[in-house]
Design a binder for this molecule. Structure first.
Ligand SMILES: Cc1ncc(COP(=O)(O)O)c(C=O)c1O
Length: 400
């Protein structure tokens, strides 16, 4: 299918080089060099150096939360969070999430019980949680998917009623508000990722936020495998220390956050304006009355109306060098080797969404122009769907 692009144009792929789904934030080279030279000059690369110490405070201040504890990655941050809350037994979590949410729970010795998600919000279906709670259930894990906050108040009341801890995987939701309160303040604690593709980019990194001083003390103790005189009483620790290089990168990213969000927003709005009238392309919309980070432009491709399946459209986009991504592929409950360690019943919405959801390239180094070019290819694919469908049918029957 090397010349699949020729279905839409007879020249060459739309983009000369791959346009990736996460268009990374790149700090100004001069600022980057200055920050890294300072780390070098101090001869202080890790072990709670001055940059990590100040980043903890800067993030807490930005989010309006009492404590932020930075770590090496979002995955490690989830594991440290589970230990800080002393979780044991089963946890209720959506399967429609990035695999790391569930992998971190498994590494923490917990048994995930998968809950289906809501058809519209793509977040954990609050109506389905109660029936899944068992005697050994210790926590609910909500994921603020695509940066759209879960129903935090309802989840808190379900958790309280059942005496469960409440955690949020907020890896998509840095800078987002719910009822004008920044994500990072909800549940017992929340976890962020500062992976390079995230709105706050530390290259790799993450953090846990909480308003509880006790939980914060436990988080700080667990992230450091060494003992120290300010340690809380914890059973197990790990090396979760963020390095000074990561903190330097995160600080630059935090300084440029509003600019990066504005840049994301302009691309998000371009996609919205260009694509919202296409039948069978359902855009996952954002609540503009709340702060958003516009990190993801996500849509569902409904084959009957669009004329092509999500996977067929994706093949066309990839042939044009547009590296859009399908999510989640596979969903967490279908990951290899977790069958014996997880519990699930029927997850119809999750299964349906996994066949429909597509994420388009967007991010700090992306542009309105590129969003327009991507949209144009999608519109052409939709307009020529009959012809393209025939092509796929012929391709599929070729070998028979
Ligand atoms: C929803 C979600 N949870 C967890 C993670 C894991 O974060 P990290 O890549 O920083 O380990 C990610 C990101 O990559 C994510 O998107």
């Amino acid at each position: 299918m090397n010349n699949l692009f020729s279905l839409l144009s007879d020249k060459k792929p739309e983009f000369d080089a791959p346009l990736h789904v996460g268009q990374l934030y790149l700090p100004e080279r001069k600022a980057f060099d200055a920050a890294f030279n300072a780390v070098f000059d101090r001869h202080y690369f890790t072990n709670h150096g001055p940059l990590v110490e100040s980043l903890d405070l800067e993030i807490a201040e930005y989010l309006g939360v009492n404590h932020a504890v930075c770590m090496t990655s979002g995955t490690i941050a989830i594991m440290v969070a589970c230990k800080a809350l002393d979780l044991k037994g089963t946890v209720i979590v959506p399967s429609f999430t990035f695999c790391a949410t569930v992998q971190a729970l498994l590494w923490s010795g917990l048994k995930p019980i998968f809950c289906d998600v809501d058809n519209e919000s793509h977040n954990i279906d609050t109506d389905k949680i109660q029936a899944l709670i068992r005697e050994d259930t210790c926590a609910i894990v909500g994921v603020h998917l695509w940066g759209r906050p879960c129903d935090v108040n309802l989840l808190q009341s379900i958790a309280d009623k059942n005496n469960l801890k409440l955690i949020f995987d907020a890896c998509h939701a840095f800078g987002v508000t719910s009822d004008n309160i920044k994500v990072g303040n909800f549940g017992d604690l929340e976890i962020f990722s500062f992976h390079a593709t995230k709105i706050l980019n530390a290259a790799e990194g993450g953090c846990v936020t909480t308003n509880s001083p006790d939980i914060a003390a436990r988080l700080k103790t667990i992230r450091n495998f060494h003992s120290s005189d300010v340690d809380a009483d914890v059973s197990l620790r790990i090396n979760g220390k963020m390095s000074e290089a990561q903190a330097a990168m995160a600080q630059l990213s935090l300084q440029n956050l509003e600019m990066n969000i504005a840049n994301n927003k302009s691309q998000w709005n371009t996609y919205y304006n260009e694509l919202s009238s296409i039948a069978g392309l359902k855009i996952i919309i954002l609540d503009n009355s709340q702060a958003q980070n516009y990190q993801y432009f996500v849509c569902e491709i409904i084959e009957e109306d669009f004329g092509l399946s999500r996977d067929q459209l994706l093949e066309l986009l990839v042939a044009e060098n547009i590296q859009a991504r399908k999510y989640f592929n596979p969903p967490a409950h279908a990951l290899n080797a977790i069958d014996d360690f997880t519990i699930w019943t029927s997850l119809p919405i999750t299964e349906k969404l996994c066949g429909r959801v597509l994420q388009l390239p967007l991010g700090s180094s992306g542009s309105i122009k590129n969003a327009k070019r991507v949209s144009n290819i999608i519109r052409l694919a939709n307009e020529n769907s009959n012809h393209i469908k025939q092509y796929f049918l012929a391709e599929n029957t070729k070998d028979f």
